[in-house]
Write a protein that binds this ligand. Structure first.
Ligand SMILES: Cc1cc2nc3c(=O)[nH]c(=O)nc-3n(C[C@H](O)[C@H](O)[C@H](O)COP(=O)(O)O)c2cc1C
Length: 420
């Protein structure tokens, strides 16, 4: 779709913008299906419509260095319609109220989750004729933590949500739609889910794995992510050994487990009503009522506090390792820089989303095993043992499912969209 010819009379500005608002809400519905650690959905999207906010975002996007982080096919020149109505903007933010914070490594997981969301959001917009023209990432000040971009937030006006840290601003323009359909993307996004059950033990064909690592598109393009598929018996055994030794860390770390448990819902009805987190069946597969009660009791932070003294966290680690060991492929994704910034990490998350959607289309499922990345000593051991350079940002089981897995709940897509 192209922008309307200049010779035809233009509808009033509000009317001209209505199609974008509609497209954004449709895109947010699909992007809401993105994966996130603990299903915490730490993203927010702001759309500037107020004069001041729009100006501030225009300025922010225009600051992007020439040849900088642009979308493919994007133009860095001035547009005849700049600020006049046909350009639209969105700002992706990290909602600090929804973010996990109990471990420093969660900062990376949050950016990866937001990046996955951004990839699906922008792809959904592109499929409705709104292509990304330019992106400007907001890096925290030197020495600051990711998500500390308060000054940019305050420049966006009083309506900017106080708990949101801007991650990037995106300029979108009406263009021809790329190949593909929104309905197809929605179907794949709905079908994608974390499957924590055992997988078929047979190998995944190398050509299929190559397809998953093929060059990326959208925000993920040029993300600088190295994708490694660990398929050799020795590599998979080394990974399972690491999980057996360290996979209980989350359970034995008081704050981390407290935070994790705050996302565990009593049952699917409660998970659905809250719209985030997971029911036990989404973690362990279908359960009888008795087993569900027993598990809830065993996993409660107060019980775990006592049981960890008798090594219960080690039992749970061995259980996880038993599921990991026969998995045909372990996929690890890494960035070259050992201390990646906001842009690299968000783009890394975008790459993950694309990878996961491709895997879904190929009939494959994933089950991330982030516990080995959440503690620096364990992550370094993993990277050293398996020769993974830079910073590994994601590691997961990959294979063909033996059983389906229930879908986890989501907040309504609209709830993440805010007009400023
Ligand atoms: C960065 C990242 C890390 C994750 N780590 C884990 C993990 O360690 N263990 C796990 O079971 N699921 C993990 N997940 C999967 C999420 O729990 C899952 O995406 C979320 O609960 C939503 O469920 P869904 O993927 O089935 O839609 C991770 C997801 C992301 C994006």
């Amino acid at each position: 779709m192209t922008s309307s010819p200049t010779s035809t009379p233009r509808p009033p500005s509000a009317e001209r913008r209505a199609p974008f608002e509609h497209a954004l809400r449709a895109a947010a519905d699909i992007a809401a299906l993105s994966p996130s650690s603990h299903n915490c959905q730490p993203w927010g999207v702001a759309r500037p419509t107020g004069r001041g906010a729009r100006r501030a975002v225009e300025r922010l996007v225009d600051e992007a260095p020439t040849g900088g982080p642009e979308a493919p096919g994007g133009t860095s020149g001035e547009s005849g319609t700049r600020g006049g109505g046909t350009d639209e903007y969105v700002i992706l933010a990290l909602d600090r109220e929804r973010a996990l914070t109990s471990l420093p490594a969660h900062a990376v997981e949050m950016l990866v989750s937001c990046g996955a969301y951004l990839q699906i959001l922008l792809r959904s917009l592109a499929l409705q004729g709104w292509s990304t023209d330019r992106i400007r990432f907001v890096e925290p000040p030197a020495g600051g933590r990711a998500g500390g971009a308060h000054d940019v937030g305050s420049s966006l006006g009083d309506t900017w949500p106080v708990s949101w840290s801007p991650l990037c601003a995106v300029r979108l323009r009406r263009t021809d739609r790329p190949d593909g359909s929104l309905a197809e993307l929605r179907r794949t996004a709905m079908a994608r889910r974390t499957n924590r059950a055992p997988y078929r033990p047979d190998a995944v064909e190398p050509a299929v794995l190559d397809g998953l690592s093929a060059p990326s598109t959208g925000v993920a393009e040029g993300a600088g992510v190295t994708v490694r598929h660990l398929v050799a018996d020795s590599e998979r055994a080394a990974f399972a050994g690491l999980v057996a030794r360290h996979g209980g860390r989350d359970f034995s770390h008081r704050q981390a487990w407290h935070e994790t448990y705050s996302f565990v819902r009593r049952d699917e009805a409660e998970a659905e009503a809250r719209g985030d987190g997971f029911a036990l069946s989404q973690l362990f597969g279908p359960l009888s009522a008795t087993r569900r009660h027993a598990l809830r009791l065993a996993l409660a932070p107060t019980t775990m506090n006592v049981l960890r003294h008798v090594g219960y966290h080690r039992v749970l680690a061995r259980q996880l390792a038993r599921v990991v060991r026969p998995t045909p492929v372990i996929v690890a994704m890494g960035l070259a820089d050992a201390l990646p910034g906001v842009e690299a990490t968000v783009r890394g998350g975008a790459r993950l989303a694309e990878y996961w959607l491709r895997a879904t289309e190929a009939g494959l499922v994933l089950h991330p095993v982030s516990v080995v990345l959440q503690h620096d000593d364990v992550r370094k051991e993993l990277q050293d043992r398996l020769g993974l350079p830079g910073r590994t940002i994601f590691v997961s089981r990959l294979g063909r499912p033996l059983t389906g897995f229930p879908r986890s709940p989501r907040r309504i897509g609209d709830r993440a969209v805010y007009t400023i």
